[in-house]
Design a protein around this ligand. Structure first.
Ligand SMILES: *[C@@H]1O[C@H](CO)[C@@H](O)[C@H](O)[C@H]1NC(C)=O
Ligand SMILES: *[C@@H]1O[C@H](CO)[C@@H](O)[C@H](O)[C@H]1NC(C)=O
Ligand SMILES: *[C@@H]1O[C@H](CO)[C@@H](O)[C@H](O)[C@H]1NC(C)=O
Ligand SMILES: *[C@@H]1O[C@H](CO)[C@@H](O)[C@H](O)[C@H]1NC(C)=O
Length: 247
C-alpha cells in the first residue's frame, strides 16, 4: 500500500499541465526569483514541434550536446525536437537549433526514475557567447549542505499551473541520501528543505542543478513542488554521458 502511495506521490517534474498564459508579475518558481540568461547561460528549453509549451529544459555540455532527463526524452522523437538557447524568456528570443539524435540511458526505469538521464545531439553547433555557454560535469557528488542552484521555466507552484515569462532560479542545500524519498539509488541526489516550498515544479524537468559552474544534477522528480526534490546524479552518470557524447 505504501508502495502505491509512494509512486502516486513522487512524480516526474515534466507532467504536462495545461498551458496557461504567463503571469506578468511573477517573482517565484516555487519560492524562487527571476534569473537572467547571463547568470545561467548553460540552460536551454526543449521544444517539440506542434507543442504550445516547452515541457522540459536541458543543460549545454558542449557546442553540439545538451543533457536532460530520460523521462523527458523517452517520449520524444529527434525529428520533432529543437532546443532554444541564449534566452531567459519563455518560448521567445535566443536561437533555435534542431536535434539530430536523442539518447536515453538504456537502464532508465519509468517506474522508479532510476538512471533518469539522456542526451540530445544538435544538428548544428551552438555559438558560445555571454548568453550561451557549456557547464562542466561534476566528477564527484557535492558535499551535504552545498548550496546548489536549480533553474527553469516550470510552474510557479503545484496548483496554479502558471508558467513564468522569466527564467526562475532557487538555491537549495544538497541533502544526505538518507533524506531522499524511499526509492533511492546511487544514480540520484537530493536537495531542498524538508518543510520548505522552494523546489522545482512541473516543466522544470531535465534542467540543471548546479554548484557554481558545475552540473551536479538533472531535475528528475519530487512531490507537490515542495520539500526534498530528486535529481539524476551527474557524477555517477558521467561515464555514460562521456561514452555517448564527445565533449
Ligand atoms: C520578474 O520578471 C517578470 C517578467 O519579466 C517581471 O514582470 C517582474 O517584474 C520581475 N520581478 C522582479 C521582482 O524583478
Ligand atoms: C514529427 O516528425 C515526423 C517525421 O519528420 C513528421 O512526419 C511529423 O509531422 C512531425 N510531427 C509534428 C507534430 O510536427
Ligand atoms: C513505461 O514504459 C512502458 C514501455 O514503454 C510503457 O508501456 C508504460 O506505459 C510506461 N509507464 C509509465 C508509468 O509511464
Ligand atoms: C522547518 O523545519 C525545521 C526543523 O524541523 C524548523 O526549525 C523550521 O522552523 C521549519 N521551517 C518552517 C518554515 O516551518
Amino acid at each position: 500500500m505504501m508502495w502505491v502511495l509512494f509512486f502516486a506521490a513522487y512524480v516526474p517534474f515534466a507532467l504536462a499541465f495545461p498551458y496557461q498564459q504567463p503571469e506578468s508579475d511573477s517573482t517565484r518558481i516555487s519560492g524562487g526569483s527571476n534569473a537572467t540568461i547571463r547568470e545561467i547561460p548553460y540552460i536551454v528549453q526543449i521544444n517539440v514541434d506542434g507543442s504550445k509549451t516547452s515541457d522540459c529544459d536541458a543543460s549545454i555540455i558542449s557546442r553540439l550536446w545538451v543533457v536532460s532527463a530520460a523521462h523527458c526524452l523517452s517520449r520524444m522523437r529527434a525529428a520533432n525536437v529543437s532546443i532554444r538557447a541564449g534566452t531567459d524568456k519563455f518560448m521567445r528570443g535566443g536561437v533555435v537549433i534542431r536535434a539530430s539524435n536523442i539518447y536515453v540511458h538504456p537502464s532508465y526505469s519509468n517506474i522508479t526514475q532510476d538512471y533518469d538521464i539522456g542526451l540530445i545531439r544538435l544538428a548544428s553547433p551552438l555559438t558560445i557567447g555571454p548568453n550561451i555557454a557549456s557547464i562542466t560535469l561534476a566528477t564527484k557528488k557535492p558535499a551535504v549542505g552545498a548550496s546548489a542552484v536549480v533553474s527553469g521555466w516550470g510552474d510557479l507552484d503545484s496548483t496554479s499551473e502558471t508558467i513564468p515569462t522569466q527564467l526562475q532560479k532557487v538555491a537549495l542545500p544538497v541533502v544526505s541520501d538518507l533524506e531522499c524519498p524511499p526509492v533511492y539509488t546511487p544514480r540520484m541526489i537530493c536537495a531542498g528543505y524538508r518543510n520548505g516550498s522552494r523546489s522545482p515544479c512541473y516543466g522544470d524537468s531535465g534542467g540543471p542543478l548546479a554548484v557554481r559552474r558545475t552540473l551536479v544534477g538533472v531535475v528528475s522528480h519530487g512531490r507537490d513542488c515542495a520539500g526534498i526534490s530528486v535529481y539524476a546524479n551527474v557524477a555517477n552518470l558521467r561515464s555514460w554521458i562521456l561514452s555517448i557524447a564527445s565533449i
